[in-house]
Design a binder for this molecule. Sequence first.
Ligand SMILES: Nc1cc(-c2ccc3ccn(Cc4ccc(CN5CCCCC5)cc4)c3c2)n[nH]1
Length: 243
Amino acid sequence: MRIDVVTIFPSYLQPLREALLGRAIDRGLLEVAVHDLRDWTHDVHQAVDDSPYGGGPGMVMRPQVWGEALDDVLATPDLPARLVVPTPAGRPFTQATAHAWAAEERLVFACGRYEGIDERVLLDARARGITVDEVSIGDYVLVGGEVAVLVMVEAVARLLPGVLGNPRSAAEDSFSDGLLEGPSYTRPEVWRELAVPDVLRGGNHAAIARWRRDRALERTRDRRPDLLDALGPDALDAADRAA
Ligand SMILES: Nc1cc(-c2ccc3ccn(Cc4ccc(CN5CCCCC5)cc4)c3c2)n[nH]1
């Protein structure tokens, strides 16, 4: 997978080159190119923002600069791409989104700053047949799109074959069966007088699987009843029985 990121703060994307994702890049499992939006300015001040029409707080990012940047980035390499634009006003980015995007050849991320990007940049891209996804990573307001891109690239890249050492982990993710994952334990058996649940130290795999499912149902009911509702009434009954 090829990932391009356009931003006025290229250094914000450095963490993508660390650790697991850095190793995946080194191994050629994904390619990440970060572009400085200001490379497409032509004025001495390298202006990328201007006042909003109609008034309102802050500044808006100018369409001309974004238009030229995306023309170049989307054309090189000329691969089918999704243009992803983080915004607080976007559709929710979920694990399902991550799975869908993991099948893409190319993702191009446009990181806004200030109060966002002139709407015509997205309209122009869609008019030229480019798929544009405006996505939110949560109901809170960040200062720009870069952190959202770090979150989304990590969620997508870990699903790519070969990136995770243990592929079963992604298969057993939270949300993979619609529930939150339950508690985990490792050695020692007792720590600060707290013991590992007996069932996990026995060899009864059916009992362990049932115990884990019950803990997942219980936790989901307590923390994310919305996920339980999405699974239907039987799940709620099962969660009540699990407690
Ligand atoms: N999930 C999530 C994604 C983001 C995100 C993503 C990208 C950008 C680019 C800029 N910002 C900062 C920002 C954007 C919008 C507002 C609202 N403002 C109200 C008045 C009219 C104009 C718009 C405020 C500040 C961003 C924030 N935050 N949270």
